[in-house]
Design a protein around this ligand. Structure first.
Ligand code: PLP
Length: 378
């Protein structure tokens, strides 16, 4: 089958990339930006450092828009989501008996960092099963008590693909004086984001289509000022570049969380990836991601495969996880990989995560290949 590929995503023929919830591919433009950067590094070293910093500044602005129109000075560049969550976890002043409400569907990065606080600070971790309420939000809200300080939650759950109602959680947290921390890695770059959270963090290597190792952390300015700093260096001070200063202060901006040299290689790539997303239009990207998810759900339904992902339109994003009865998901995943479909095994099934740029024929091809794998295994 010959497929008309999006010009920015000229992926190998006869292969379909449906693993944006894992590690996304780069658009052509990101590859070109990195090639240019590499060539400059080889031929001129860092002679053009000021121009590189301009790229980094543009990246912060793009991230600020993506994070719902926050100030770019409120965005810190961090190595990944886990590092951003750890920064919050170890910056807050904990008291014995403080509670954190986590849930059973979170990726380990958004559970283990909170659990690590229990033995050190006497913090109590309350783990909620999201199925234990009329809605997942009801289950979480019911667990908030007068001692709850923080609700960390993903915008979209990595396995089931469940999309959380963050507006409702935000309102409940505000009413009770609880901090809301959103791990937005499974939605930023795919869905528009306009949530009034205290902390939002995401790495750029999934739906943002950037490289691994560069993410962004937003902290509400009042919260930022309250956090204890645990990492120090030349880059995080207010008077950046004044190496002989006798005294120093942390930067007023979120740069206070960036202790040393920036990852400018990744910044060049991510800036270019976000440019492609912005130019494609956040509404159009979201619409296409949801359309492709519905397409995949329908394909699963037609085959009688139980969907793990909720089908209600406001309850899913780009992830579609489905089970294939009588088939070992890991074996099936392996067969799919060999057949040319990049995806993942989650929740005892197969997780397809398509982005905006796919042509419908790519999805058709993925399902045809899945049918072949199943036929061969039966
Ligand atoms: C919801 C969620 N949070 C965090 C991560 C990992 O984050 P990082 O590698 O950026 O620390 C993942 C990766 O799959 C994820 O799905």
């Amino acid at each position: 089958m010959s497929i008309r590929r999006h010009p920015q995503f000229p992926q190998e023929p006869d292969r379909v990339y449906l693993n944006h919830a894992g590690v996304g591919p780069w658009p052509l433009r990101a590859g070109e930006a990195v090639q240019r950067f590499a060539s400059e590094c080889v031929t001129r070293g860092s002679a053009d450092y000021p121009a590189w910093l301009e790229v980094e500044a543009r990246l912060r602005q793009r991230l600020a828009r993506l994070f719902g129109g926050v100030a770019s000075t409120d965005i810190a560049l961090v190595p990944n989501t886990s590092a951003g969550l750890s920064l919050l976890a170890y910056g807050l002043p904990w008291q014995p008996g403080d509670e954190i409400v986590i849930n059973d569907q979170e990726f380990p990065s958004n559970r283990w960092v909170w659990e690590s606080l229990a033995p050190r600070f006497g913090v109590t971790i309350r783990r909620v099963c999201l199925d234990d309420g009329p809605t997942p939000e009801d289950a979480l809200i019911a667990a908030l008590s007068a001692r709850t300080r923080l609700l960390p939650v993903s915008s979209v759950q990595y396995g089931t693909g469940l999309r959380m109602d963050l507006e409702r959680l935000g309102a409940a947290c505000r009413e009770r004086g609880v901090l809301l921390c959103v791990d937005a890695i499974q939605s930023l770059g795919a869905l528009r984001f306009a949530i009034d959270a205290d902390c939002v963090v995401a790495d750029g290597h999934k739906w943002m289509l950037g490289p691994e190792g560069l993410g962004a952390l937003y902290l509400r300015p009042e919260l930022r000022e309250r956090l204890q700093l645990n990492q120090f260096g030349w880059h995080m001070v207010e008077s950046l570049g004044d190496f002989s200063a006798a005294a120093w202060q942390p930067a007023a901006s979120a740069r206070r969380f960036e202790p040393g040299s920036p990852n400018l290689l990744a910044a060049h790539a991510l800036e270019a990836s976000l440019a492609v997303l912005e130019e494609s239009g956040p509404c159009e990207v979201e619409e296409a991601v949801l359309k492709h998810a519905r397409w995949n759900m329908e394909a699963a339904r037609r085959r009688g495969y139980p969907l793990v992902t909720p089908q209600r339109e406001d309850r899913h994003a780009g992830i579609v996880t489905f089970q294939v009865p009588l088939h070992d998901p890991l074996k099936l995943l392996d067969a799919l990989r060999r057949a040319g479909v990049a995806c993942a095994e989650r929740c005892g099934g197969i997780r397809f995560s398509a982005h905006f740029y796919h042509a419908e024929e790519e999805l058709e091809l993925a399902w045809a290949l899945l049918d072949e794998c199943i036929g061969a295994a039966s």
